[in-house]
Design a protein around this ligand. Sequence first.
Ligand code: NDP
Length: 330
Amino acid sequence: MFKALVMTKDADSGKASAAIEELNEDQLPDGEVTVAVDYSTVNYKDGLCLSAKGGGLVRNYPHVPGIDFAGTVEASSDDRYKSGDKVVLTGWRVGEAHWGGYAQKARVKADWLVPLPDGLDAREAMAVGTAGFTAMLAVMALEDHGLKPGQGPVLVTGAAGGVGSVATAILGHLGYEVAAVTGRPETSDYLKSLGATQIVPRNELNETVKRPLESENWAGCVDAVGGDMLARVLGQMKYGASVAAVGLAGGAALPATVIPFLLRGVNLLGINSVMQPFENRQRAWQRIATDLPMDKLEAMVQPATLSDLPKLGADILAGQVKGRVVVDVN
Ligand code: NDP
């Protein structure tokens, strides 16, 4: 028997709610690898999956949410993994379409796992989580498109959130000037401690675009917000610079013009963490082990247990979680 946070749907109201239950291993879904989960975390998507309507992501109940986890292989019918291996999982719609990491055990496809790189343990991997992994993918995409330190400030939007905090710490560690956009001025010291060299108040950037081109301010951007802010930022990028579009915390619309693309050669790079090929996942986790300072990561961590999750899910949807939550499922 093992413990899990199970969402069940009320037949009358159609609303789902969460409770901690004891499950039997036979209840786990099919998959080649059974993992004893050590830690999971809370991402924006987890907030959606924990909500009463499942955020449009969860279709079948009962459901175990948790879009990522790190732990130890207990049993494997796939040659790539054996009992005792340390692994991490992000993406592949685990925690949405497939049972996820808010449990002491998970059973998944071998293809979805990545061996934990040397220098990173399960707790640190979940302090990074999907949010931090995606931040690394965004930094890698900007570098692949020519970003180097010394070109000017790199903007990070939604900076005090999970993606933003990790992006700020990685960029700071790599020697970039980091301009951190936040709607929470009280997080300024925290953001500076992570590596931000400049704090940009959210209200300076979230107004609708009035002029398609403004001053060329930013050498790159990791954008977790989307909406009006992304539209505004496009018009403030330096010539030939790139924006990595990661999230939609501020909205899914993009009320922009094509002028920054045509007159300044600005690039808009889409970042998707869910379906990344194995080689890229491995590369990103290895880069995380080397380029994300662990003391900075520790400063972002808010510890939690399974029983804290319903409240944390609501908090992250309200933009009220600072940094990264690490859930000890045991
Ligand atoms: P968080 O909630 O931790 O961070 C989002 C941050 O955005 C908040 O902390 C807040 O930062 C800012 N924010 C919130 N609401 C608004 C608003 N209305 N206008 C402007 N800024 C706002 O979430 P995550 O960091 O986990 O995820 C960020 C986004 O990235 C989400 O949309 C998520 O779905 C997406 N994502 C995408 C992935 C992909 O594969 N593409 C993978 C992982 C996440 P502050 O308080 O500093 O202003």
